[in-house]
Write a protein that binds this ligand. Structure first.
Ligand SMILES: [Zn+2]
Length: 80
């Protein structure tokens, strides 16, 4: 992700904001679910699919989302 000036006001006070925290949180939750699932031996295959789905969403979120935020005019956008 490239840094750039604010598109609306041209300010330099632009910060990167990523969804890494949310992504890691989802991965953490999925690991917890997997831990709970592994204690219930017969349910482990049933737990696997939603757990895997949640982990994948978490990974995708942490790598492919986020953007730039202007601290002056609160504009949020995604750089190309
Ligand atoms: Zn701005």
């Amino acid at each position: 992700m490239k840094w750039e000036k604010c598109r609306r006001c041209g300010s330099n006070r632009v910060v990167k904001r990523s969804a890494l925290g949310i992504g890691l949180f989802l991965i953490f939750i999925s690991l917890m679910l997997y831990g709970i699932g592994s204690t219930l031996n017969d349910r482990i295959t049933a737990m696997l699919l939603p757990t895997l789905g949640l982990a994948i969403i978490g990974i995708l979120l942490s790598f492919f989302s986020g953007g730039l935020v202007c601290k002056d005019c609160e504009l949020r956008w995604r750089p190309r």
